[in-house]
Design a protein around this ligand. Sequence first.
Ligand code: CA
Length: 245
Amino acid sequence: MNKEVTSVNQHFSNRKIPAGGVKAALIDMDGVLYDSMRNHTAAWFRMATELGIECTRDEFYAYEGMTGAATINILFRRAYGRDASPDEAKALYARKVQYFIEMGEPALMPGAAQMLSVLRDAGVERVLVTGSGQHSILDRITHDYPGIFAADKRVTALNVTHGKPDPEPYLKGLQLAGCKADEAIVIENAPLGVLAGHRAGCFTIGVTTGPIPEAEMTKAGADIVYSSMPEFAQRLNTLLNAFKQ
Ligand code: CA
């Protein structure tokens, strides 16, 4: 029995696997479709250290998936013992975005285009689910991954209140896809995103694309973890077939 069949069986344990297999894939953006996390963490680190807040660059990998305001509040509570006001959060997030843009366009994630083609060819609906509100990247999606994400199949910072690890973004994604949690898979690269997908009730896939250890994604509730995007793309058909056994 391959690891895909084992994971699907474990996920459904005493429940029936829905007939028809996977109907939709809810797909994170940063660290999944773009190799952008290095730039994001560098931009956060620059903004915070300029404010005089002690931090490490690596800690920002752990906040991946949170809204900008939630990340700023972690810094503010540590340094000042309070949350940022909405105006402060807005201004500081804008500064972080500016630093991110100055670093240039992040590369496409190797293997992501192949992964998306497998989904499209298998008739699985694709929904983008990101906490990002950065237009610099969102505007590129249609150009970089043509024919993959319909305009009405995108959850962004503009239409979520809570952000990951709250399940809200993935519950919105399910609504847009018009399917139930057990008919959808979530594709993530970071623990908070994995936790959000898991809480939404979806079969959640963790793909290692940066320095976050695989064990962190398993701990957050990933049903299966792949060591790279090319490996996931290659195994994806096997996984989709495991839902039809
Ligand atoms: Ca991510």
